[in-house]
Ligand binder design. Structure first.
Ligand code: NAD
Length: 468
């Protein structure tokens, strides 16, 4: 049996930074991964989808230069080449993660881990052999989450697909139905819509992107419709029948009526579930909640003191950057340092077109907490830089406490929203007031000025827009 200070199960955006930080803190660490290092994020999630999104953006932009006096003809997409390019990025990044683990002195084993004791892990290799490992200090569960499948829409890898297949398509669907109007459905649906697919969104709830500021969602929704897409809300996909020509007739129930929609591809994106099954957690006494999440304390510890859990498996939000932060915290705690989860807010970025990025409380959440709020809103349609970029959809919205003027939340929809949200996150972490944002000099002409102007607007002092 091999002995380590710590064993990390999973080498995704939670597990690999955790193993690296443990190694940096002079801990003897083993990281176990059953697939490729990098997890969902690097292999078929965040990064591959962003590569396709940036290709789609370029494809659209290259054809939208007429207003600027630029005429481009013959714009063509080679889906095979795009996939090769995307795969190159994935290879480079996952190779980089492998090198970082090795370079920092973390051992990596390829195989499936089972927790067989509070400090013991068995690893089953591809050839069926089993290796035993012991952790003198801690085991970290960083197994992430897996795609939820609907029984009536079993993935077949080609017509009925999940996000994993959707980022690897070497063809552009003609008619694409997305079941689930959440983050994955809209991000990837809009990619293929930009490349010419007719997009049909089927969402079970009354709104797309539930939980996001509805003002922001509206802008994205409008764009989907403007491009010829269809959105069915409060709708249920009942089942499908394959047609002779290979397409599928999907039966949906919307507005109390059944109808059949014929498409060639169905992307099912109805959420992810924590990967906590089959790990042996219950056998060693680790609490797993009804939804499959592993509850942890502020030190990332489960109810079994030597077992930690980080990232998606430990609970929402299911975001890579939350997993990474928890990985770093768990490593510090295991190495005996003082560290704990003490963030004010976790930002979210949704790479639709335009992007949505949010941090902190929405207007509705603040009001539900009984807070009186001031709202500042600044549209990109009046911002010089946005006009110069010819990307004027959207706005920055700031929610602040009316009495104290402390910033409670920032919600951005528009160009580079995902980049701009970092300033808003810092504002929340530093307990900033509206004045902090509005009095900070922002360079001109930039998109970032919109944050400064929105803060000024919340105080009735915006220069470039009428104050209420
Ligand atoms: P999601 O939870 O964002 O959206 C799923 C949607 O499907 C919901 O709106 C839900 O109401 C709907 N739904 C559920 N069952 C349905 C059914 N039977 N018919 C129709 N609609 C149904 O989940 P997702 O889009 O699959 O993403 C999974 C996870 O990955 C999320 O937790 C998300 O945070 C994360 N993710 C994040 C990003 C990002 O931050 N940019 C990108 C991709 C994924």
């Amino acid at each position: 049996m091999k002995t380590y200070d710590a064993i990390v199960i999973g080498a995704g955006p939670g597990g690999y930074p955790c193993a690296i930080r443990l190694a940096q803190l002079k801990q003897k660490v083993l990281c176990i991964e059953k697939e490729n290092v990098g997890g969902v994020c690097l292999n078929w999630g965040c990064i591959p989808s962003k590569a396709l999104i940036s290709a789609a953006h370029l494809y659209e932009k290259s054809q939208a230069g007429a207003a600027m006096g630029i005429k481009v003809s013959g714009v063509e997409l080679d889906a095979n080449k795009m996939q090769d390019w995307k795969e190159g990025i994935v290879k480079k990044l996952t190779g980089g993660v492998g090198s970082l683990l090795k370079g920092n002195g973390a051992d990596v084993v390829n195989g499936t881990a089972t927790v067989v004791g509070p400090k013991r892990v068995d690893v089953t290799r591809a050839d069926g052999s089993v290796e035993q490992f012991e952790a003198t200090k801690a085991i970290v569960i960083a197994t992430g989450s897996t795609t939820i499948e609907i029984p009536t829409f079993k993935f077949d890898g080609d017509t009925i697909i999940g996000a994993k297949e959707a980022v690897s398509l070497r063809r552009i669907p003609k008619r694409l139905m997305v079941i689930g109007g959440g983050v994955i459905g809209l991000e990837l649906g809009m990619v293929y819509q930009a490349f010419g697919a007719e997009l049909i969104v089927v969402e079970a709830l009354p709104e797309l992107l539930t939980g996001v500021d509805p003002d922001c969602t509206k802008i994205v929704e409008r764009k989907i419709l403007k491009r010829g897409g269809t959105i069915h809300k409060n709708a249920k996909a009942l089942g499908y029948e394959k047609q002779k020509d290979g397409s599928v007739g999907v039966k949906i129930l919307a507005d109390g009526k059944e109808q059949t929609i014929v498409v060639d591809t169905v992307l099912v994106a109805v959420g992810m579930r924590p990967s906590s099954k089959g790990l042996g957690l219950e056998k060693v006494g680790v609490t797993v909640d009804q939804r499959g999440f592993v509850p942890t304390d502020k030190f990332c510890r489960t109810n079994v003191p030597s077992i930690y859990a980080i990232g998606d498996v430990s609970g929402p939000p299911l975001l890579a950057h939350k997993a990474t932060k928890e990985g770093e915290i768990a490593a510090e705690v295991i190495a005996g340092h003082k560290a704990e989860k003490d963030w004010v807010a976790i930002p979210g970025a949704i790479f639709t077109d335009p992007e949505i990025a949010t941090v902190g409380l929405t207007e509705a959440e603040a009001k539900a907490k009984g807070l009186e709020v001031s709202i500042g809103k600044f549209p990109f349609s009046v911002l010089g830089k946005a006009m110069a970029m010819n990307e004027t959809e959207g706005f920055v919205k700031i929610v602040a406490d009316k009495k104290t003027k402390q910033v409670l939340g920032v919600h951005i929809v528009g160009p580079e929203a995902s980049t701009m949200i970092s300033e808003a996150s810092l504002s929340l972490e530093m307990a900033a007031f509206l004045e902090d944002l509005s009095l900070t000099i922002h360079p001109h002409p930039t998109l970032g000025e919109s944050l400064m102007e929105a803060a000024a607007h919340a105080m009735g002092a915006a220069i470039h827009i009428a104050n209420r």
